[in-house]
Design a protein around this ligand. Structure first.
Ligand code: GUN
Length: 295
């Protein structure tokens, strides 16, 4: 079998085109959606992500602010900035880029963000709303993006067995919450597997939809996939490759070359789930602005 390649870049572009129309309509009614991103310190990967988020806002018509704070910022200093953003009317959503320097407790930080502005969906109120199927909550961008990819690729989710490998709070657990709901684009039977799961290949082979999100390069082999399954690869891992200019290449959590001979559809890395994540952050920001405006 030659799997269909699910093109995340194209789906993200389609979603952004729809979103830009919604943003224009909001602007016409006097509300410009606003997103702020707080970066503490100089982590190189975080700097890249934050720059990409700012550029994506600019391109689509969302007002954006990037707040850069020094590495030695205290927890009190960051909490004061969060308090300011919670009360800033131009800002409908904001996030604090993780990881944070070690003197700052990230749990305290996430709890301080007003849930109505928590477009990352990391605050316990949003975690609870997503678990309860309350659509006023903000789902975290990555699992939300995966769900949209499945829907927009015409994958039958209802009644399917979705097997998720990886139990993180930002991907695995919310992924299962989203897909198990009694709702359109959901109604799946869900299983979460992890590093202690017994007979893992036996369980992954039951997945009509197999979502790999454990952060281990090329862990999911072809013989762990049910023939004809839809495979979504959330992993982005750098592996050394002296033959490339940068000295490394990006691979997912799935052995793509072999997996695509077994699956019916599969996401590549890069160009799969990655391009969806910032799109879903923009989507959540627009939802936050609409909720604020009562629209
Ligand atoms: N660091 C890596 N990904 C993310 C994300 O989605 N949100 C935040 N706040 N930090 C991150």
């Amino acid at each position: 079998m030659h799997a269909k390649i699910i093109d995340g870049k194209q789906i993200a572009e389609e979603m952004r085109a729809d979103l830009s129309q919604e943003i224009e309509a909001l602007r016409q009614s006097g509300v410009t959606p606003g997103l702020a991103v707080v970066l503490v310190g100089e982590d190189p990967a975080s700097q890249v992500y934050v720059r990409m988020k700012g550029k994506a806002c600019e391109k689509i018509g969302i007002y954006s602010e990037t707040i850069k704070l020094p590495e030695e910022t205290t927890e009190e200093g960051l909490l004061a900035e969060i308090d300011r953003l919670n009360n800033d009317e131009k800002i409908h959503g904001f996030l604090v880029q993780l990881p944070l320097p070690k003197q700052i407790n990230s749990r305290n930080v996430l709890l301080a963000i007003m849930p109505e502005k928590d477009v990352d969906g990391f605050h316990p109120v949003n975690v609870g709303k997503i678990a309860a199927g309350d659509t006023t909550g903000f789902p975290p961008a990555t699992p939300f993006g995966v769900q949209q990819m499945l829907i927009r690729s015409g994958v039958e989710i209802s009644g399917a067995h979705a097997v998720i490998v990886g139990r993180s709070n930002i991907v695995g657990k919310p992924m299962a919450s989203l897909l198990v709901q009694k709702a359109d684009g959901a109604n799946a039977t869900t299983t979460i597997c992890h590093s202690r799961t017994k007979n893992l290949p036996e369980i992954t082979r039951q997945g009509d939809i197999l979502i790999a999100a454990m952060g281990v390069p090329e862990f999911v082999k072809a013989d762990m996939i049910k023939p004809g399954a839809v495979v979504i690869d959330v992993g982005t891992n750098r592996v050394d490759d002296p033959s490339t200019e940068k000295g490394y290449r990006l691979v997912g959590d799935v052995d793509f070359e072999k997996a695509k001979e077994v699956a019916s559809a599969i996401t590549p890395v890069p160009g799969g789930v990655g391009p969806m994540t910032i799109t879903m952050l923009l989507y959540n920001t627009v939802q936050a602005a609409k909720q604020w405006a009562g629209a």
